[in-house]
Each structure stands twice: as structure tokens, then as C-alpha cells.
Design a binder for this molecule. Structure first.
Ligand code: SF4
Length: 301
């Protein structure tokens, strides 16, 4: 097995656990063995990501954020998945390309960064499609710097503005500072939005934001930051309505036990429009479960 120094005293993300992942696991719940839960063509991303054939999405197990309402809890909090070597991961990327994937989309991958870089070193020259980095935004700027030259499109969340909310739901009071530093680095790295002649995004950044119950004013502060600190030719914003109140959510958070209302969602969308922010919205009346993948090790075994 290839040994990666980063895992010996892991400080890949803002948790900076400092643990030896060859002996134990950190906050993300993952050891030095990469685990993934699915590699498939995924239709439910933004139109310029999914395009005609679907994104070539690889879902990684574990997560350094572990939100109490996580929409992918089976893999992020419960660690469902199967061990994959860096060599095999490179082969999975090439298989997705052969199946017609529009891109390679890495979902929540930072806690496996050494594996990701090793896999891309092996196959990037054979990939004719963009590499998309889909993450929760809670990233160290210096870790994102190490992805320079490997990633074409960044797809980060900015989830919270308020430290009280990010502490309450993700035990991360420094979330906004870390996420905005990381997004600034991402935008600097990949530059202006660039599309192919079919409208597929080849370069650039899409900032995602999931509107949470009772949090629309927090959403608006995030949009203020985006409007004031990023340039419209370098980023799009995707405002998501698909928040799903799963049964596992603790009764400590009664406010999270409902979907968002039309009023909440539409007020955030209108606010973005008034700021001149361009991007994507979702139909709040459509079924949200269809956006949520079923994890079954497809493409991994
Ligand atoms: S990647 Fe995991 S082990 Fe490493 S610092 Fe982050 S949470 Fe801790």
C-alpha cells in the first residue's frame, strides 16, 4: 500500500486533528484507507455540470463537517463505502470517461487529498473532460492551493454566515472565515467561467447554498459577501431548496424538522436577484428525494 505522509499527523482540513490515520481515525471518521460509496453518471447537478450524459460523480465516504442534518448521512456520518486504492481510483475516473461522463466530479474528497492527487497524477493526461471539486466549503486555503493544476471547476458550498449557526449545526464556529478564504483561493485558481460550445462548464466556480429552515437572513448575509467579494465573470451561485428533514435529525433541533417554505426560499432568491447575482435556482415544488443519490457501491466494486 502506498504510504502518504499527510495521514501520519493529519492536518488536511480546519479540524487539524493531528492524528495518525494509519492507527486511528480523525473527526472525518476516516482512516488512511480511501473509501468510496458510488461512481456513476449523475443527472441532478446544475445543467452546465450534468449536461447531456451526466456528471461522472465519485462519492467519497466520511466528511470533516458532519452537519446534524446531513443530506448524505449514510456515507458522511455512517462511513458507508468500500476501500479503493489510488491506482483503482484512477481506473474509475477513466471508466467514467469511457461511459460518456461529462466530467469527473469528486464529492467531499479533501480528507483523501493525497489519494486524489496520486490518482490524478496517474490519469490526468488521459482525461479529456474537466475535473470538478464538489465540497462543503470547510477547507483550509493551503490545502486547496495544493489542488492547483488538478481541478478545472470548483463546486463549493457556503453554508453559513453566522458563527452561532455553524457551531450549532456543524460544530464549526470558524466555518464562514474558512469557507470564504477557500472560495477566494478557488476562484483565483481556476479564473473566469469558460464553457464549451454545448454549454458545459470547462473552468470556473459555482458556489452552492442550501437554504435551511429559519435561516433565510443568514443566507442573505452570504449573498452579500459573494456580491461584494467575487466577480460575476468568475462564479455562478446555485441556491438550493432541496433541504430534506430526515428522521435521524435529533429532537435537539426541532426547527430542522420541516422543509423550507416557499416564502423562505423565494425571499432568498429575490435577494440574490436584487444583488445582480446570476446562477441557478430549484423548483421548490418538485420532489427533493430525486436529487439524493442511492448509495450501492455502483462503479466501485
Ligand atoms: S481530514 Fe479528517 S483527520 Fe484530517 S484534520 Fe480533517 S477531520 Fe481531522
Amino acid at each position: 500500500m502506498t504510504m502518504f505522509d499527510d495521514y501520519i499527523s493529519c492536518r488536511l482540513c480546519p479540524r487539524k486533528c493531528g492524528v495518525n490515520r494509519y492507527e486511528t481515525t480523525g473527526y472525518c471518521g476516516m482512516s488512511a484507507e480511501l473509501k468510496a460509496a458510488k461512481a456513476s453518471l449523475h443527472q441532478w447537478e446544475e445543467p452546465c455540470i450534468s449536461c447531456e450524459n451526466g456528471a461522472g460523480t465519485v462519492f467519497f465516504s466520511g466528511c470533516s463537517l458532519r452537519c446534524v442534518y446531513c443530506q448524505n448521512s449514510e456515507i458522511s456520518n455512517n462511513g458507508y463505502g468500500m476501500a479503493v486504492t489510488a491506482e483503482k481510483l484512477g481506473e474509475i475516473f477513466l471508466q467514467l470517461q469511457d461511459r460518456g461522463a461529462e466530467n469527473i466530479e469528486l464529492v467531499t474528497a479533501t480528507h483523501f487529498l493525497p489519494h486524489i492527487i496520486s490518482a490524478l497524477d496517474r490519469v490526468k493526461s488521459q482525461l479529456k473532460i474537466p475535473v470538478v471539486y464538489n465540497c462543503g466549503g470547510y477547507e483550509l486555503r493551503e490545502t486547496i492551493k495544493r489542488l492547483d493544476g488538478y481541478i478545472d471547476v470548483y463546486l463549493p458550498d457556503i453554508k453559513y454566515f453566522s458563527a452561532d449557526i455553524s457551531r450549532k449545526y456543524s460544530s464549526a464556529p470558524d466555518y464562514f472565515q474558512q469557507a470564504t478564504d477557500a472560495v477566494t483561493e478557488m476562484i483565483e485558481q481556476v479564473g473566469k467561467l469558460k464553457y464549451d460550445d454545448k454549454g458545459k462548464l470547462l473552468k470556473g466556480t459555482i458556489i452552492r447554498h442550501l437554504v435551511l429552515p429559519n435561516c433565510r437572513h443568514d443566507s442573505m448575509r452570504i449573498l452579500d459577501w459573494i456580491a461584494e467579494n467575487t466577480s460575476s465573470d468568475s462564479r455562478l451561485v446555485s441556491i438550493m431548496s432541496q433541504y430534506t428533514p430526515f428522521d435521524f435529525i435529533s429532537s435537539d433541533y426541532p426547527e430542522l424538522k420541516r422543509r423550507i417554505t416557499k416564502m423562505e426560499y423565494n425571499s432568498v432568491v429575490r435577494y440574490a436577484e436584487n444583488l445582480g447575482i446570476k446562477g441557478f435556482t430549484q423548483d421548490i415544488t418538485s420532489a427533493r428525494e430525486e436529487y439524493l443519490p442511492h448509495f450501492d457501491l455502483e462503479g466501485i466494486i
